[in-house]
Design a protein around this ligand. Structure first.
Ligand code: BTN
Length: 331
Protein backbone atom coordinates (compact mmCIF):
# COMPACT_ATOMS: atom_id res chain seq x y z
CA UNK A 1 0.00 0.00 0.00
CA UNK A 2 1.47 3.39 -0.92
CA UNK A 3 2.13 5.76 1.99
CA UNK A 4 2.12 9.51 1.78
CA UNK A 5 5.06 11.45 3.22
CA UNK A 6 3.29 12.62 6.39
CA UNK A 7 2.16 9.15 7.36
CA UNK A 8 5.55 7.52 6.80
CA UNK A 9 7.27 10.46 8.49
CA UNK A 10 5.06 10.00 11.56
CA UNK A 11 5.71 6.22 11.58
CA UNK A 12 9.44 6.76 11.39
CA UNK A 13 9.28 9.34 14.17
CA UNK A 14 7.39 6.87 16.38
CA UNK A 15 9.79 4.00 15.69
CA UNK A 16 12.78 6.19 16.58
CA UNK A 17 11.05 7.73 19.62
CA UNK A 18 10.15 4.24 20.94
CA UNK A 19 13.84 3.46 21.28
CA UNK A 20 14.47 6.60 23.33
CA UNK A 21 17.73 7.69 21.79
CA UNK A 22 19.17 4.25 20.87
CA UNK A 23 20.07 3.25 17.33
CA UNK A 24 17.50 1.41 15.19
CA UNK A 25 18.85 -0.31 12.07
CA UNK A 26 17.77 0.88 8.63
CA UNK A 27 16.78 -2.70 7.85
CA UNK A 28 14.42 -2.93 10.83
CA UNK A 29 12.82 0.43 10.00
CA UNK A 30 12.40 -0.52 6.34
CA UNK A 31 10.84 -3.87 7.35
CA UNK A 32 8.39 -2.33 9.83
CA UNK A 33 7.35 0.44 7.48
CA UNK A 34 7.18 -1.75 4.37
CA UNK A 35 9.43 0.58 2.36
CA UNK A 36 12.94 0.37 0.89
CA UNK A 37 16.05 1.48 2.80
CA UNK A 38 16.50 4.28 0.27
CA UNK A 39 12.98 5.46 1.10
CA UNK A 40 13.86 5.35 4.83
CA UNK A 41 16.81 7.63 4.12
CA UNK A 42 14.54 10.07 2.26
CA UNK A 43 12.16 10.17 5.25
CA UNK A 44 15.07 10.74 7.65
CA UNK A 45 16.12 13.74 5.56
CA UNK A 46 12.57 15.10 5.57
CA UNK A 47 12.31 14.81 9.37
CA UNK A 48 15.64 16.58 9.77
CA UNK A 49 14.28 19.44 7.69
CA UNK A 50 11.36 19.68 10.13
CA UNK A 51 13.82 20.16 13.01
CA UNK A 52 14.30 16.61 14.30
CA UNK A 53 17.94 15.80 15.10
CA UNK A 54 18.62 12.27 13.84
CA UNK A 55 22.05 10.72 13.91
CA UNK A 56 22.82 8.18 11.19
CA UNK A 57 25.81 5.82 11.35
CA UNK A 58 26.74 3.39 8.59
CA UNK A 59 25.97 -0.15 9.71
CA UNK A 60 24.30 0.96 12.98
CA UNK A 61 21.17 2.73 11.80
CA UNK A 62 19.51 5.88 13.05
CA UNK A 63 18.78 7.45 16.40
CA UNK A 64 16.65 10.41 17.41
CA UNK A 65 18.49 12.89 19.65
CA UNK A 66 16.18 15.90 19.59
CA UNK A 67 12.52 16.54 18.82
CA UNK A 68 11.31 20.01 17.79
CA UNK A 69 9.21 21.77 20.38
CA UNK A 70 5.94 22.13 18.50
CA UNK A 71 2.60 23.56 19.56
CA UNK A 72 -0.57 21.87 18.39
CA UNK A 73 -4.22 22.11 19.31
CA UNK A 74 -4.53 18.38 20.04
CA UNK A 75 -1.51 18.40 22.34
CA UNK A 76 -2.72 21.48 24.24
CA UNK A 77 -6.20 20.05 24.67
CA UNK A 78 -4.70 16.83 26.02
CA UNK A 79 -2.53 18.69 28.54
CA UNK A 80 -5.02 21.25 29.86
CA UNK A 81 -7.17 20.19 32.82
CA UNK A 82 -10.64 19.21 31.59
CA UNK A 83 -13.68 21.22 32.66
CA UNK A 84 -11.91 24.60 32.53
CA UNK A 85 -13.01 27.73 30.66
CA UNK A 86 -10.93 27.08 27.54
CA UNK A 87 -13.48 26.90 24.75
CA UNK A 88 -11.28 27.09 21.65
CA UNK A 89 -7.60 26.99 20.74
CA UNK A 90 -6.28 28.86 17.70
CA UNK A 91 -2.72 27.60 17.22
CA UNK A 92 -1.00 29.77 14.62
CA UNK A 93 2.36 29.50 12.90
CA UNK A 94 3.55 33.03 12.25
CA UNK A 95 1.26 35.97 12.90
CA UNK A 96 1.77 39.68 13.45
CA UNK A 97 0.46 39.74 17.01
CA UNK A 98 -1.71 37.24 18.89
CA UNK A 99 -3.34 40.19 20.68
CA UNK A 100 -4.38 41.69 17.34
CA UNK A 101 -5.68 38.30 16.17
CA UNK A 102 -7.61 37.77 19.40
CA UNK A 103 -9.15 41.27 19.30
CA UNK A 104 -10.24 40.60 15.72
CA UNK A 105 -11.67 37.21 16.65
CA UNK A 106 -13.51 38.80 19.57
CA UNK A 107 -15.14 41.36 17.23
CA UNK A 108 -16.21 38.44 15.04
CA UNK A 109 -17.93 36.67 17.94
CA UNK A 110 -15.29 34.18 19.17
CA UNK A 111 -16.34 32.80 22.56
CA UNK A 112 -15.08 33.57 26.05
CA UNK A 113 -12.15 31.26 26.74
CA UNK A 114 -10.58 31.40 23.27
CA UNK A 115 -6.82 30.90 23.44
CA UNK A 116 -4.72 32.30 20.58
CA UNK A 117 -1.12 31.12 20.50
CA UNK A 118 1.54 31.54 17.84
CA UNK A 119 4.92 30.00 17.16
CA UNK A 120 6.30 33.41 16.13
CA UNK A 121 5.13 37.02 15.83
CA UNK A 122 6.29 39.54 13.26
CA UNK A 123 4.78 42.52 15.11
CA UNK A 124 4.73 41.39 18.75
CA UNK A 125 3.58 44.36 20.84
CA UNK A 126 4.73 45.32 24.33
CA UNK A 127 3.51 48.08 26.61
CA UNK A 128 4.17 51.74 25.77
CA UNK A 129 4.39 50.93 22.06
CA UNK A 130 7.50 48.81 22.53
CA UNK A 131 8.06 45.70 20.41
CA UNK A 132 8.13 42.21 21.87
CA UNK A 133 10.92 40.01 20.54
CA UNK A 134 9.10 36.97 19.13
CA UNK A 135 11.36 34.48 17.29
CA UNK A 136 9.99 31.07 16.23
CA UNK A 137 10.32 27.79 18.11
CA UNK A 138 11.52 29.22 21.41
CA UNK A 139 8.91 31.07 23.39
CA UNK A 140 5.23 31.46 24.14
CA UNK A 141 3.14 34.23 22.63
CA UNK A 142 -0.41 33.74 23.83
CA UNK A 143 -3.57 35.82 24.11
CA UNK A 144 -6.61 34.90 26.19
CA UNK A 145 -9.95 36.21 25.00
CA UNK A 146 -12.28 36.80 27.95
CA UNK A 147 -15.77 38.19 28.26
CA UNK A 148 -15.81 38.98 31.98
CA UNK A 149 -18.81 40.44 33.72
CA UNK A 150 -16.87 43.34 35.27
CA UNK A 151 -17.06 47.13 34.88
CA UNK A 152 -14.39 48.66 32.56
CA UNK A 153 -12.40 49.94 35.57
CA UNK A 154 -11.91 46.33 36.74
CA UNK A 155 -10.49 45.01 33.47
CA UNK A 156 -6.87 46.17 33.95
CA UNK A 157 -6.78 43.99 37.06
CA UNK A 158 -6.98 40.96 34.77
CA UNK A 159 -3.34 41.44 33.90
CA UNK A 160 -2.43 41.26 37.61
CA UNK A 161 -4.50 38.08 37.80
CA UNK A 162 -2.52 36.71 34.86
CA UNK A 163 0.74 37.66 36.59
CA UNK A 164 -0.15 35.77 39.78
CA UNK A 165 -1.36 32.79 37.71
CA UNK A 166 1.87 32.70 35.72
CA UNK A 167 4.03 32.99 38.84
CA UNK A 168 2.08 30.12 40.47
CA UNK A 169 2.49 27.93 37.40
CA UNK A 170 6.21 28.60 37.06
CA UNK A 171 6.81 28.08 40.76
CA UNK A 172 5.13 24.65 40.50
CA UNK A 173 7.51 23.88 37.63
CA UNK A 174 10.53 24.72 39.77
CA UNK A 175 11.12 28.30 38.54
CA UNK A 176 9.98 30.73 41.25
CA UNK A 177 9.72 34.32 40.07
CA UNK A 178 8.64 37.72 41.32
CA UNK A 179 6.06 40.20 40.04
CA UNK A 180 6.82 43.77 39.08
CA UNK A 181 3.70 45.93 39.17
CA UNK A 182 1.76 46.02 37.00
CA UNK A 183 2.69 43.55 34.28
CA UNK A 184 6.08 41.90 34.45
CA UNK A 185 7.38 38.60 35.73
CA UNK A 186 11.00 38.58 36.85
CA UNK A 187 13.45 35.73 37.41
CA UNK A 188 16.21 37.09 39.59
CA UNK A 189 16.62 40.73 38.56
CA UNK A 190 15.71 40.18 34.90
CA UNK A 191 12.41 40.17 33.06
CA UNK A 192 11.23 36.82 31.70
CA UNK A 193 7.61 37.56 30.81
CA UNK A 194 5.34 40.52 30.11
CA UNK A 195 1.61 41.03 29.90
CA UNK A 196 -0.35 43.36 27.64
CA UNK A 197 -4.08 43.66 28.38
CA UNK A 198 -6.40 45.26 25.85
CA UNK A 199 -10.15 45.60 25.87
CA UNK A 200 -13.25 46.91 24.18
CA UNK A 201 -15.98 48.21 26.45
CA UNK A 202 -19.36 49.88 26.60
CA UNK A 203 -19.80 52.65 29.18
CA UNK A 204 -20.76 50.28 31.98
CA UNK A 205 -19.34 46.87 31.02
CA UNK A 206 -16.43 45.18 29.32
CA UNK A 207 -17.40 43.70 25.96
CA UNK A 208 -14.22 41.66 25.73
CA UNK A 209 -10.73 41.70 27.14
CA UNK A 210 -7.60 40.21 25.61
CA UNK A 211 -4.78 39.30 27.96
CA UNK A 212 -1.58 38.87 25.95
CA UNK A 213 1.29 37.08 27.62
CA UNK A 214 4.80 36.76 26.24
CA UNK A 215 7.00 34.25 28.07
CA UNK A 216 10.67 33.80 27.26
CA UNK A 217 10.81 30.03 27.57
CA UNK A 218 13.81 28.59 25.75
CA UNK A 219 15.73 31.70 24.62
CA UNK A 220 19.49 31.32 25.01
CA UNK A 221 21.52 34.35 26.17
CA UNK A 222 22.76 34.96 22.59
CA UNK A 223 19.17 35.05 21.27
CA UNK A 224 18.42 38.36 23.00
CA UNK A 225 19.18 41.50 21.00
CA UNK A 226 21.89 43.67 22.59
CA UNK A 227 19.47 46.40 23.67
CA UNK A 228 17.68 44.05 26.10
CA UNK A 229 20.28 41.37 26.76
CA UNK A 230 21.30 42.91 30.09
CA UNK A 231 17.71 43.07 31.35
CA UNK A 232 16.00 39.98 29.94
CA UNK A 233 16.14 36.30 30.73
CA UNK A 234 14.28 33.06 30.04
CA UNK A 235 13.11 29.99 31.94
CA UNK A 236 15.84 28.02 30.24
CA UNK A 237 18.61 30.40 31.24
CA UNK A 238 17.35 30.53 34.82
CA UNK A 239 16.70 26.81 35.31
CA UNK A 240 19.56 25.50 33.16
CA UNK A 241 17.36 23.25 31.03
CA UNK A 242 14.74 23.54 28.28
CA UNK A 243 10.98 23.39 28.87
CA UNK A 244 8.33 21.99 26.48
CA UNK A 245 6.36 25.08 25.54
CA UNK A 246 3.03 23.21 25.52
CA UNK A 247 3.59 22.11 29.12
CA UNK A 248 4.36 25.65 30.30
CA UNK A 249 1.28 26.95 28.49
CA UNK A 250 -1.00 24.22 29.85
CA UNK A 251 0.17 24.81 33.44
CA UNK A 252 -0.39 28.56 32.99
CA UNK A 253 -3.88 28.03 31.56
CA UNK A 254 -4.87 25.73 34.44
CA UNK A 255 -3.54 28.19 36.95
CA UNK A 256 -5.21 31.15 35.23
CA UNK A 257 -8.55 29.30 35.29
CA UNK A 258 -8.25 28.95 39.09
CA UNK A 259 -7.07 32.50 39.78
CA UNK A 260 -9.69 33.98 37.42
CA UNK A 261 -12.45 32.17 39.34
CA UNK A 262 -11.08 33.51 42.63
CA UNK A 263 -10.88 37.03 41.17
CA UNK A 264 -14.50 36.96 39.96
CA UNK A 265 -15.65 35.74 43.36
CA UNK A 266 -13.51 37.94 45.62
CA UNK A 267 -11.83 40.66 43.55
CA UNK A 268 -8.07 41.21 43.56
CA UNK A 269 -8.08 40.97 47.37
CA UNK A 270 -8.51 37.19 46.95
CA UNK A 271 -5.17 37.00 45.10
CA UNK A 272 -3.28 39.55 47.10
CA UNK A 273 -1.23 37.08 49.14
CA UNK A 274 -0.02 35.50 45.90
CA UNK A 275 1.12 38.94 44.78
CA UNK A 276 2.53 40.19 48.09
CA UNK A 277 4.91 37.33 48.68
CA UNK A 278 6.41 37.89 45.23
CA UNK A 279 6.33 41.68 45.08
CA UNK A 280 9.55 42.64 43.26
CA UNK A 281 9.20 46.38 43.93
CA UNK A 282 8.19 46.54 47.59
CA UNK A 283 10.67 48.72 49.47
CA UNK A 284 12.62 49.68 46.33
CA UNK A 285 13.33 53.12 45.02
CA UNK A 286 11.58 53.49 41.68
CA UNK A 287 11.02 56.09 38.98
CA UNK A 288 7.29 56.21 38.31
CA UNK A 289 5.52 57.80 35.35
CA UNK A 290 1.88 58.81 35.84
CA UNK A 291 0.48 60.38 32.70
CA UNK A 292 3.15 62.93 31.79
CA UNK A 293 4.61 63.29 35.25
CA UNK A 294 7.70 61.36 36.33
CA UNK A 295 9.17 61.15 39.79
CA UNK A 296 11.31 59.05 42.12
CA UNK A 297 10.00 57.54 45.31
CA UNK A 298 9.59 54.26 47.15
CA UNK A 299 7.18 51.46 46.21
CA UNK A 300 5.30 50.35 49.30
CA UNK A 301 3.37 47.38 47.97
CA UNK A 302 0.07 46.77 46.22
CA UNK A 303 -3.30 47.40 47.88
CA UNK A 304 -6.39 45.12 47.88
CA UNK A 305 -7.62 46.90 44.72
CA UNK A 306 -4.41 46.10 42.86
CA UNK A 307 -3.14 49.70 42.98
CA UNK A 308 0.50 50.54 43.71
CA UNK A 309 1.29 52.32 46.96
CA UNK A 310 3.98 54.86 46.05
CA UNK A 311 5.59 57.35 48.41
CA UNK A 312 7.16 60.19 46.38
CA UNK A 313 10.52 61.45 47.65
CA UNK A 314 9.94 64.00 50.40
CA UNK A 315 6.28 63.01 50.93
CA UNK A 316 5.00 61.89 54.35
CA UNK A 317 2.60 59.28 53.02
CA UNK A 318 2.05 57.05 50.02
CA UNK A 319 -0.21 57.76 47.01
CA UNK A 320 -2.50 55.16 45.52
CA UNK A 321 -1.57 54.66 41.88
CA UNK A 322 -4.12 52.87 39.71
CA UNK A 323 -2.26 53.25 36.45
CA UNK A 324 1.34 54.09 35.73
CA UNK A 325 4.67 52.71 34.61
CA UNK A 326 7.86 51.99 36.49
CA UNK A 327 10.54 53.45 34.23
CA UNK A 328 13.52 52.57 36.42
CA UNK A 329 14.23 50.87 39.72
CA UNK A 330 17.25 50.61 41.97
CA UNK A 331 18.60 47.05 41.84
C1 BTN B 1 5.33 44.05 27.94
O1 BTN B 1 6.02 43.57 28.84
O2 BTN B 1 5.61 45.14 27.45
C2 BTN B 1 4.14 43.26 27.46
C3 BTN B 1 4.54 42.22 26.47
C4 BTN B 1 3.37 41.41 25.96
C5 BTN B 1 3.78 40.49 24.82
C6 BTN B 1 2.69 39.54 24.44
S1 BTN B 1 3.25 38.26 23.35
C7 BTN B 1 1.61 37.76 23.09
C8 BTN B 1 0.79 39.02 22.95
N1 BTN B 1 0.84 39.51 21.60
C9 BTN B 1 1.43 40.70 21.52
O3 BTN B 1 1.60 41.34 20.46
N2 BTN B 1 1.83 41.09 22.72
C10 BTN B 1 1.48 40.13 23.74
Amino acid sequence: MPHDGNVTGEMLRRILAERQGSFVSGEEIAGRMGISRAAVWKRVRALREEGFAIQGARGTGYRLTETPDRLSEADLRARVRPGGPWAAFAVLGVTDSTNSRAMEMAENGAPHGTVVVADAQTGGRGRLGRRWISPPGKNLYVSLLLRPDVPPAGAPLLSLVAGVALADALEAMGVPGTLKWPNDLFLGDRKAAGILAEMASDPDRVRHAVIGVGINVNMEPEDFPPEISGRATSLRVRAGHAFPRAEVLARFLDSFADRYGEFLAGGFAALRDGWDRRDFLRGRRVLLRRGRVEGWGVAEGVDPEGALRFRPDGAASADTVHSGEILEFVR
